[in-house]
Design a protein around this ligand. Structure first.
Ligand code: DAH
Length: 357
């Protein structure tokens, strides 16, 4: 019996895979295995012999079974180790910059602006680019005869001959989103609305399609002071400087009363723009307290609610921040330009991680 033990324990220790172990199992302790056959012979023994041989055979069977199980587990462990070694991958390695594409400065600046205003509690609102002239003009207190309609160089959508419904337009500004957002959400409300706008105009600083971001904050006691603080915080964060001077110049927009255009102090020394120092002023946006008629168009009661609005050119502040001289290049899709001024796709602007790098 010790021969058997020796034979099987050695063979098990040398088994190279699960199939070999299974073969050994069948040979030793399977139904017709050597040990099983020996156990069957117990019946022919005398009781004394059986008392001696029975427990030994049982112990041997147990020993072989546990040797089989142990060897099987050891092989499985080794196989797993081998797989882990082969499939090892360092997920902390930086991604390979293949630079197949870059983020357009307009998208980058839109993300930056959104991150800054989100931090001040502004949600993002959207509206259609083909807009009814009611939303684009009337609701914003720009009636049919108002000179602002002509000034805006509006693109009108085609209407069939004899169809005298008011025309749709390509929105000339993001301001109609104010009305849609008020109608949809009511007051209080705090939103920005970045997006494309259209005007028939083309030169170094004008393209027929460009981008604006609208801001709107309505509550019970919002004043010009809140507007000023919000804009100062925005400009500091956007231009990544600690201090800015803003200048509010009285102005006129049909949809705000009072209205102000806002300039920032800057210098052009050496041909490069520096924000926050110098003796020059640069206009960056229009703003004011939302006109009561505009609140009414948004189904908000002007006796109870008031607030501010502003509108800013995204392309313009992108040119200023990133030193891009000609607006037209924004929309030429010139790959060399995009590689030069574009941003890495994985660098999403956040306030904590840095807006631009
Ligand atoms: N809509 C104006 C434009 O396109 C910009 C503007 C001025 C928006 C004043 C406003 C505002 O919300 O209050 O030139």
């Amino acid at each position: 019996m010790s021969d058997l033990r020796e034979k099987y324990l050695t063979a098990i220790a040398e088994a190279k895979d699960e199939a070999a172990i299974e073969t050994l199992r069948v040979q030793a302790v399977g139904k017709k295995g050597e040990i099983s056959l020996k156990m069957r012979e117990l019946g022919k023994m005398s009781p004394e012999e059986r008392q001696e041989a029975g427990p030994r055979l049982n112990a041997l069977k147990d020993e072989i079974n546990s040797a089989l199980a142990a060897r099987k587990a050891a092989l499985a462990d080794a196989a797993l180790d081998e797989r882990l070694r082969a499939e090892w991958l360092d997920v902390t390695l930086p991604a390979r910059p293949r630079r197949q594409g870059t983020i357009h400065p307009v998208s980058q600046v839109t993300e930056e602006v959104t991150a800054i205003f989100a931090d001040m509690g502004f949600a993002v609102a959207e509206g259609p680019q083909v807009e009814s002239d009611w939303y684009n003009f009337d609701a914003l207190n720009i009636p049919g005869h108002h000179p602002a309609r002509a000034e805006m160089d509006t693109f009108y959508m085609h209407r069939a001959e004899g169809d005298d419904r008011p025309p749709h337009v390509l929105r000339t500004h993001t301001s109609p989103v104010q009305i849609r957002a008020m109608q949809a959400q009511g007051a209080p409300i705090r939103v920005i609305a970045p997006g494309r706008v259209y005007r028939a105009d083309y030169d170094q600083t004008h393209t027929p399609m460009f981008h604006q971001v609208e801001g709107l904050a309505i509550d019970r006691d919002i004043s010009m002071a809140n507007l000023k603080w919000v804009l100062e915080e925005f400009v500091k964060a956007f231009f990544e400087v600690d201090h800015v001077d803003l200048r509010f110049r009285a102005s006129h927009f049909p949809f705000t009363e009072p209205s102000a255009e806002v300039d920032i102090r800057c210098s052009w020394e050496g041909g490069t723009l520096k924000v926050g120092e110098g003796d020059d002023w640069l206009e960056i946006l229009g703003s004011g307290m939302v006109h009561p008629r505009v609140l009414e168009a948004g189904h908000i009661d002007p006796a109870e609610w008031q607030g501010f609005a502003f509108g800013m050119g995204i392309d313009r502040i992108a040119m200023l921040k990133y030193g891009i001289p000609d607006l037209r290049a924004f929309f030429d899709s010139d790959l060399r330009w995009l590689r030069h001024y574009g941003f890495a796709a994985l660098d999403v602007p956040t306030l904590h991680g840095g807006l631009s790098r």
